[in-house]
Design a protein around this ligand. Sequence first.
Ligand code: PMV
Length: 338
Amino acid sequence: MTEKATAVAPSNIAFVKYWGARDLEAAVPMNRSVSMTLRHCVSWCTVEARPGPGDDEVFVPGAEDGEPTPAPDDFAEPVLRHLARLRRRAGRRVAFRVATRNSFPSAVGLASSASGFAALTLATVRVLGMDPDPDELSRLARSSGSGSAARSVLGGYVEWPSSRAEAEGMEAPARQIAGADHWDLRDVIAIVSTAPKEVSSREGHRRATTSPHYERRLECVSRRVDGIRAAIGERDLERLGPLLEEEAVEMHLVAMSSRPPIFYWSPGTVAVMDAVRSMRDQGIPAYFTMDAGPNVHVLSTAEAEPEVAERLDRLDAVQRVIRDGVGSGPRMETEHLL
Ligand code: PMV
């Protein structure tokens, strides 16, 4: 019998970034990270399992009509490896067909690997009849090699590795710090480029330790995690915002000073950062952060978000804005992509 499951998992924006790994394959990070799970930027993934041996297949939306079409090798390869890992784990003899799509542009630093691998993990464990608890699910998502996927299986505000699972250290799963209903933070994403990025985050992690600033970052980052956790606890954007910006600039400083250097920013990135600062000068609460790409996430309140979105949208540097906010995490769907 053919079994099928579809999961929808959100992307997340890191307030403190995972940058540099102890074990790159297994995505064991050098430092703790904190993120907010998004609501609208999501990946859908349908996994179908047929009994017996056979080749696994991966499909993405076709350019012409959006109908599932075989994925290019560089996209399919890490997906196939993760499927093989989960199949071994479940001890099942099945062949998979997988289809996936995103609600937002892929490979532009909007963490499509986080949502994509979280959705793939959720749909695959369901179809294999596994029933992992949330900690195990986070570990399984991390084992995809996309560390940020470990956070995308949870909603709200998330810490990874969780400092509450102290004994496990950096191998610990992600855990929720606060649910989505704790604080209605908004994230206006200013898209300044949709060109595929030249250096993957995986390569960024690999090069991070070559930066002369990396050791210093590791010294500072755990205090920043504490500050950001406290700011979330108190729903204090004026405390969170400066830490958020300092952290983003530091991660990019490490990237820019790695050997060879990585420049994720474009002129548009800097234009948006300037606009955010001038909004603040005018009393509008808005703070920026960027993951491994040129696009800028601007965090603000529910009240200020329409104004922030409108002003960012008016900038010449901005192609479009995506209005997102904190979300409550993944879900299963009954409509399938295959
Ligand atoms: O999960 P990865 O390997 O794609 O790395 C994520 C890297 C950043 O997005 C820059 C930071 C983060 O913690 O999400």
